[in-house]
Design a binder for this molecule. Structure first.
Ligand SMILES: Nc1ncnc2c1ncn2[C@@H]1O[C@H](COP(=O)(O)OP(=O)(O)OP(=O)(O)O)[C@@H](O)[C@H]1O
Ligand SMILES: [Mg+2]
Length: 419
């Protein structure tokens, strides 16, 4: 073999080597591509699985969030319903005294209109005693249990509350306000007062009726003897004395008779009584006198029916009308007397007001006018209103004094009715 033969052989070997290397590289590349494809196929399934799981978790979380929101809303609605359905008043106050919650029952008791938003810092003078108890709880950080509080003037317009206050603390025990529950005890107080009155009237009756009776007998004897004295047979100088004794014993025995009427244990002769008829008859008795003075007695409104003592009830309304007439006459005004009645079907009571245009009754005297023998009249016995009160109380009612629209007196009678 010559040199060119060797060169050709060498070249062929090189070309064959290059071709083998190229083929091997191609095969490796194909294998790698296959592997890569296979890998790529496996990784896609994993990603899909992960994203599905993620999706599910997100859906669950959203459902949970919705359920939590619904629960929170339901529990908020429930607490709202509880607060507004409470028959007791609920007042939640912050440490600075600002009102956070005042429920509808509380609004009614404190006379805060339903529509008006409770001014967080508003405290009227009337409500102050209630806030004083809350302030005491905030200052001492101690609960206050069943404290009696009176709002308004003692007497006719007062509201009696039973109040309990507790400090309001967060989950770490830090106090951030006070929660106050209060109930209106005015009706209970009224009943207590009625019972007390009945008791004391019965005691007064028992104690004094016997003495008054003896007194009347004594007076009758003196009066009888004075009548036996023949005025014509007496020297002129003594006649006036005997006449004085007669007049005085007569008026004293009138007082004693009135007192006995008042003190006598009340025995009601019950029958079905129409309050309108009672008031009409009482008005008829007084109307001629009122007209003679240039005035009149008017009646309006709705009257109820009750089981009561007709004679005593008529006497009670006659006394009220006569007082109204006398008050106007005393002030020299033409008496315009008005009987106005309303029926409260819920409470099953009739409220009857006897109003006049006289001088009225000063607030300081509004309790005292019912005391036996309290009178501002020269010839009054002061037993009229005491007897009226006794009659009303024995019918399980009550009587209070207020002012009529034109400044005169307003005697307000509340009687339980059957219709
Ligand atoms: N309508 C009224 N207006 C103003 N004052 C009144 C009225 N009614 C009662 N009073 C006051 O109350 C007092 C007590 O009244 P009450 O009827 O008990 O006795 P009286 O009228 O003075 O005497 P009596 O009724 O025994 O004749 C009266 O003296 C009067 O001062
Ligand atoms: Mg009178």
């Amino acid at each position: 073999m010559n040199a060119s033969g060797y060169a050709f052989l060498g070249l062929t070997v090189i070309v064959a080597g290059l071709a083998a290397t190229l083929t091997f590289a191609m095969l490796r590349f194909a294998a790698a591509a296959r592997d890569t494809r296979a890998n790529a196929r496996g990784g896609g399934a994993e990603t899909a699985f992960l994203s599905a799981a993620l999706q599910e978790a997100v859906t669950k979380l959203k459902a949970q969030e919705r359920a939590t929101a619904a629960r929170a809303e339901a529990s908020e609605r429930l607490s709202g319903e509880i607060i507004s359905s409470l028959t007791a008043g609920l007042l939640v106050v912050g440490l600075n005294g600002e009102i956070r919650i005042l429920n509808p029952a509380g609004r009614r008791m404190l006379d805060v209109p339903e529509a008006e938003s409770a001014d967080p810092y508003h405290r009227s003078a009337r409500e102050q005693p209630l806030f004083d108890v809350i302030d005491e709880c905030i200052t001492t950080r101690n609960p206050i249990v069943r404290r009696a509080v009176v709002l308004g003037d003692e007497g006719s317009g007062a509201t009696h509350l039973g109040v309990s206050v507790s400090p309001l603390s967060d989950e770490h025990g830090a106090m951030h306000g006070a929660i106050c529950l209060f109930t209106d005890l005015t009706a209970v107080k009224g009943l207590e007062e009625q019972l007390r009155l009945k008791d004391s009237l019965a005691t007064v009756g028992e104690l004094t009726a016997g003495i008054a009776h003896e007194f009347r007998n004594g007076l009758a004897t003196i009066h009888g003897y004075s009548k036996l004295l023949d005025l014509n047979a007496l020297p002129d100088a003594y006649r006036a004395y005997v006449q004085g004794i007669r007049a005085e014993t007569e008026s004293l025995s009138q007082v004693v008779t009135n007192f006995l009427n008042f003190a006598r244990p009340a025995q009601l002769a019950l029958s079905r009584v129409d309050l309108q008829a009672i008031c009409e008859r009482a008005a008829e008795e007084v109307r001629p006198d009122a007209r003679a003075l240039g005035g009149d007695v008017a009646m309006d409104g709705e009257f109820g029916v009750l089981d009561g003592d007709e004679v005593l009830l008529r006497q009670a309304f006659s006394n009220l009308l006569r007082n109204a007439l006398e008050a106007c006459a005393g002030a020299s005004v033409a008496p315009r007397i008005a009987i106005h009645s309303e029926v409260d079907a819920v409470q099953r009571v009739s409220r009857i007001a006897v109003n006049d245009n006289g001088p009225g009754i000063a607030p300081s005297l509004r309790e005292r006018v019912f005391t036996p023998f309290f009178t501002s009249k020269r010839n009054g016995t002061g037993l009229g209103l005491a007897l009226v009160q006794k009659i009303i109380v024995f019918h399980n009612g009550r009587i209070t004094v207020g002012s009529a629209a034109d400044g005169g007196a307003s005697l307000q009678v509340t009687l339980p009715t059957i219709s």
